[in-house]
Structures are given as structure tokens and as C-alpha cells.
Design a binder for this molecule. Structure first.
Ligand code: R5P
Length: 285
């Protein structure tokens, strides 16, 4: 059962499994109506959900998972390529909700296992620290490296902040490219300070790789620094293209040569396909 018909059908075909049928609609007051039309008794259900804008989708997901269990499903594996609510993983000020933990408790309460791709790990080192349901973390580094190898001559991989070192270093290794790590301090939702070390390889094409592109502030600030250093226009790669409204246009205006993303969230910039990675993961659970 899936929340995106096209991706769902593709996955089901490649996995040689039955595609579930489900009806979703809203009542006039916007409450959700769900009807499971397939026989799910004693079946292992794989639910794939694109959880960008999670507040709009989480309740339907919860209703669906609970209904599937009531109808006799033996196991529910949740496949959430972009795992939201991973950034507020600490109480910075008294009274703040630590939403990473609360969201993890909610998801763990209605599924039997969870598969995701490159969750935002900073102070939390592994999602199993907060998810009580068994988890599998997959990585997009390999398809990203293949895309870079096929499309960019002499890339220079740039990680915008400390957290990005975990995938930036791996991509640099796989593409045999030099790697530079910037230092980032976030002052507010749309305000960051970036410190970029000296770059000697001026003839290379900068490729900025980040897990999330949301407001685009991080990428824009880096693009500015690269221009000041007289480097080529960069390619911006985001694993999870959350893209607030106008982010894409603003990045092009700021001087990005191209903006490329993985299909962990559906967007026209999806040029890197992670479906085969998901399939490998699903086959193991
Ligand atoms: C957090 O540090 C992440 O790794 C990203 O750098 C961040 O979420 C990007 O957000 P924005 O596009 O709003 O700067």
C-alpha cells in the first residue's frame, strides 16, 4: 500500500509483490476517510510514505496503519525515505518540545519496522537511540556518486557543515574527488554564518552536498563564499529536497549552476533515483 501511486506501482512491480488498494478522501470538514480495499489478512504490508509536510500527512498514516492491523495484517513495515522531525533533537531553551523524540515515539507505536534514507543525524548518532521499533538506515551516497561521476568533470565535493562530513567524505571517496568541509553556525531559521577554508583547486567544479535543502539559506551562503573565491558556479545536491516555496528559484538567482535532488521527496529536481536502494532494504526485512 502506498501514498504515491506511481512510485508505489514501480516498487511493487520491481519487488514482485501485490499492489494494495486503498481509498483516501476528505469529508467536507476535512476529516479523513480511509477504506482498505485489498485483503490484508496475515500479510506483511509495506507502506511507503513521502513525509514532507508531515503535519498534513501523519494522521492519515496513523489511521491507515491501525486499520491494517485491525484487518489482520501480520506486520507493517513503514518506508519513509525522508524522515521528518530529526532536527529538534535537544531542548535548547526551557519549555521547548524535543520533537525528534516525540515523533519517534508516535511512529514506533504503530509500525513493526521502519526503513529510511540518510536521516538527519547530529546529536543523535543512530535513529535506534530514539525509535523503539526496529530500524534500517539506508544511504544515498552511492547513487549520488554515480550521478556525479556521469555528469561532472573534476568535481570538488563541499560539505556545508560538521554533520555533512558523514556523507561528504564517502561521496568524495567514491568519486575520487577532493573534499572540503565548511563550518556553519545557525543564528536563526533563515540566517547562518559559514566559514569556508582556503580552496586550492580552482579549476574544479564545486559540488555542494547536503542532506536537506529547506529554505536554501545554507546553500545560498555557501554559493556567495564560492563566488568571492572566484570558483566556478556550483552544483547543489540535496538528498531531501524539502524546498520551501521559491527556494529553487532563489538558489538559481544566487548563482547555482544546477540543483539536483534524490527522489526521497517528489520534486522536478529529482535526477537521482533511490528506488533500487529502497528495494534492497525492503528485501531484507
Ligand atoms: C541542517 O543543518 C541540515 O543539514 C541542512 O543544512 C539544513 O537543514 C538546511 O536548511 P536550509 O536550507 O533552511 O538552510
Amino acid at each position: 500500500m502506498f501514498d504515491d501511486k506511481k512510485v508505489g506501482s514501480k516498487l511493487a512491480k520491481k519487488l514482485c509483490i501485490e499492489e494494495g488498494d486503498c481509498e483516501f478522501r476528505n469529508f467536507p470538514d476535512e476529516e479523513t476517510y480511509i477504506r482498505v480495499k485489498s485483503n490484508v489478512k496475515k500479510k506483511h504490508i509495506v507502506l511507503i510514505c513521502f513525509l514532507d509536510h508531515p503535519n498534513k500527512k501523519i494522521l492519515s498514516l496513523y489511521f491507515l496503519a491501525k486499520t491494517l492491523k485491525e484487518l489482520g495484517a501480520s506486520k507493517i513495515t513503514l518506508v519513509i525515505p525522508y524522515l521528518p522531525y530529526m532536527r529538534q533533537d535537544k531542548q535548547f531553551q526551557i519549555g521547548e518540545a524535543v520533537t525528534s523524540h516525540l515523533f519517534a515515539q508516535l511512529i514506533s507505536s504503530f509500525c513493526d519496522s521502519l526503513i529510511t534514507i540518510d536521516p538527519h543525524l547530529h546529536r543523535i548518532k543512530n535513529i535506534s537511540e530514539i525509535y523503539s521499533t526496529p530500524t534500517m538506515t539506508l544511504h544515498a551516497t552511492s547513487p549520488i556518486s554515480i550521478w556525479i561521476n556521469n555528469n561532472i568533470k573534476n568535481p570538488l565535493i563541499i560539505g556545508p557543515d560538521e554533520e555533512s562530513a558523514q556523507w561528504g567524505k564517502e561521496i568524495a571517496k567514491l568519486t575520487r574527488a577532493p573534499f572540503v568541509l565548511a563550518n556553519k553556525k545557525r543564528l536563526a531559521d533563515r540566517e547562518v554564518i559559514i566559514d569556508l577554508p582556503t580552496i586550492h583547486v580552482k579549476s574544479h567544479t564545486p559540488v555542494i552536498v547536503d542532506d536537506i535543502i529547506s529554505s536554501g539559506t545554507t546553500m545560498r551562503e555557501l554559493i556567495k563564499h564560492l563566488a568571492k573565491k572566484n570558483l566556478k558556479k556550483p552544483i547543489c545536491i540535496g538528498i531531501h529536497p524539502l524546498f520551501e516555496e521559491k527556494t529553487y528559484k532563489k538558489l538559481i538567482k544566487a548563482g547555482a549552476k544546477e540543483i539536483i535532488s534524490c527522489n526521497t521527496i517528489l520534486h522536478p529536481s529529482n535526477h537521482i533515483d533511490i528506488i533500487n536502494i529502497l528495494i534492497k532494504g525492503i528485501k531484507q526485512c
